[in-house]
Ligand binder design. Structure first.
Ligand SMILES: Cc1cc2nc3c(=O)[nH]c(=O)nc-3n(C[C@H](O)[C@H](O)[C@H](O)COP(=O)(O)OP(=O)(O)OC[C@H]3O[C@@H](n4cnc5c(N)ncnc54)[C@H](O)[C@@H]3O)c2cc1C
Length: 486
């Protein structure tokens, strides 16, 4: 008997599960609140033939299953792209990943000496058991380099002081990188054969769909539909209710029932508020304390005056509000319909409802034009058109309390058989597509097997798993030992 599965969200997690469950002969319905796009945060939006990401989405995974999944969906529509990125700070551009000697040269002899002394001090007197981002990074790089290369950008991204950000985030994103490892890499550039020793942030190529990440998820949706999966667009889930061992799903496009399983990739804070019977008080309140950071991209269509070829540039400089600039033509030449033109995405990190978020599109485009000229990447006069994309809940916030809050929800989930939280905001994990997909893969495997073979919360738990290793070298999931399966 096929199982009946409701999936909330047609992002990477939802569509991965839909495809695998459809392939496995299950009866699947996907509910997506967006009227037009699948792909969630990994969608590709289009304007006058220009295509752009919400951010810029590299396709890179340690998981062989994920890499194989991407190949199965898109085959040779996946391009292998060179990576090039820089940091802009104090009127200067620095290679990223940091080239130690170039960085020290550009900082000047006095600042460089102070950086090295401050690094030595951090090594001699490290903060014991650092729990926040600032202490963690100061231990690795010294305070002066923290102030130059981490503080302003990180605070632009998160909108809170580095002392209030959990060290988990640093450990997950920049594990293995320190001033000494950067100098080591500069001196002894690793050979191709020892690539597994190269730190992930130093990896210099990635796969990318010809027309952006949305192409992956549009094709995945089409292939899923061909296998019988039903995908309802413009259909937001309002409530889910467990009744007599089965799930009812109430949506803006009708009410559906008789589901054995619900997989939710909707933000945890929103979802938990709409589960019935209500979550126990502690878990419910904890879920409501989870925070998110929002994001908007101002797309500028410009005459291509060969200003730069990087895929993206981090803007650490505090004199402008923009946090990062994407150059979509460098991601794939197919993203721009006219080779004489370029398309840049200026990324602003914000909170829904704050001054940036509520500015009109015209104001945002004017700000972006002014800032890109100030940085020196192009002239305002080269810009011929602009477009704004707002992305609420782009980042699950790792504040000092998030771990306990997520733990409380995870604990209470045991009382809701058949309900799986999957993906990035679904599990409140700072996941890339691959880890969001892995959680969905494990849920699909459990459903097809009819038992809890895998614990979805294992994915990405160990930072090494996230950052270390080579493309496609690992398998997804660790079997739960038989004696502790329920
Ligand atoms: C700026 C930025 C850059 C990134 N760069 C990369 C990168 O280079 N490489 C990479 O691999 N990853 C990258 N990521 C991460 C990637 O975008 C996410 O990991 C991935 O999209 C998460 O997939 P998901 O399915 O879990 O969630 P989402 O993408 O958030 O999809 C969830 C879906 O659920 C829908 N939904 C929500 N609530 C409801 C509801 N109540 N009813 C119905 N539908 C609902 C949403 O509309 C959405 O379509 C980046 C993210 C950001 C913000």
């Amino acid at each position: 008997m096929p199982k009946k599965v409701a999936i909330i969200g047609a992002g990477p997690a939802g569509l991965t599960a839909a495809y695998l469950l459809g392939k496995g002969g299950q009866e699947v319905m996907v509910f997506e609140k967006d009227p037009e796009y699948v792909g969630g945060i990994s969608r590709t939006e289009s304007y006058k033939g220009y295509h752009f990401d919400i951010g810029g989405h590299r396709f890179f995974s340690k998981s062989k299953e994920v890499e194989d999944f991407w190949t199965e969906i898109l085959g040779d529509e996946m391009l292998e792209r060179p990576r090039s990125s820089r940091i802009y700070y104090n009127g200067k551009f620095f290679s990223y990943p940091l080239a130690a000697f170039e960085a020290l040269r550009k900082l000047g002899i006095i600042e460089s000496t102070l950086c090295v002394l401050s690094y030595a001090k951090a090594k001699l007197f490290p903060v014991k058991n650092p729990t926040n981002f600032e202490d963690w990074v100061v231990n690795q790089f010294g305070r002066r380099l923290f102030n130059i290369f981490f503080k302003t950008y990180t605070e632009k991204v998160w909108g809170i002081p580095c002392k209030e950000i959990s060290a988990d985030w640093a450990a997950q994103r920049i594990k293995g990188l320190s001033l000494s490892s950067a100098i080591w890499n500069a001196l002894f550039k690793p050979k191709a054969k020892s690539k597994d020793k190269v730190i992930k942030t130093l990896i210099d190529s990635f796969r990318y769909p010809k027309y952006g990440p949305g192409m992956m998820w549009e094709t995945c949706a089409a292939k899923s539909k061909a296998m019988g999966v039903r995908i309802e667009m413009n259909c937001g889930v309002k409530d889910i209710t467990l009744e007599n061992g089965q799930w009812k799903v109430d949506t803006t496009c009708g009410n559906f029932e008789g589901f054995d399983y619900v997989l939710s990739s909707a933000p945890m804070r929103e979802m938990i508020a709409h589960v019935h019977p209500k979550f126990p008080e502690h878990a419910f309140t904890s879920s409501q304390h989870l925070g998110y950071r929002d994001f908007l991209t101002v797309v500028l269509i410009c005459k291509d005056e060969d200003a730069f070829t990087d895929n993206w540039i981090y803007i650490h400089d505090p004199s402008v509000k923009v946090g990062r600039i994407q150059n979509f033509k460098s991601w794939s030449p197919y993203m721009v319909p006219d080779p004489a033109m370029a398309c840049y995405g200026l990324e602003y990190f914000c909170f829904e409802g704050d001054g940036l978020w509520t500015s009109s599109n015209e104001e945002l485009i004017a700000l972006a034009k002014k800032e890109i000229q100030k940085i020196g990447l192009t002239q305002e006069s080269a810009v011929v058109d602009g477009y704004v994309v707002r992305q609420p809940k782009a980042y699950p916030v790792y504040d000092q309390d998030y771990k306990g809050n997520v733990e409380a929800v995870r604990d209470a989930l045991k009382n809701y058989p058949g309900l799986y939280l999957v993906g990035r905001n679904g599990m409140h994990k700072y996941n890339n597509q691959d880890h969001s997909m892995m959680t969905a893969m494990l849920a699909a495997k459990n459903i097809i097997a009819g038992q809890e073979l895998f614990d979805l919360w294992d994915v990405n738990e160990d930072a090494e798993y996230h950052e270390g290793g080579d493309r496609g070298e690992r398998v997804v999931g660790r079997l739960i030992p038989e004696k502790i399966r329920n």
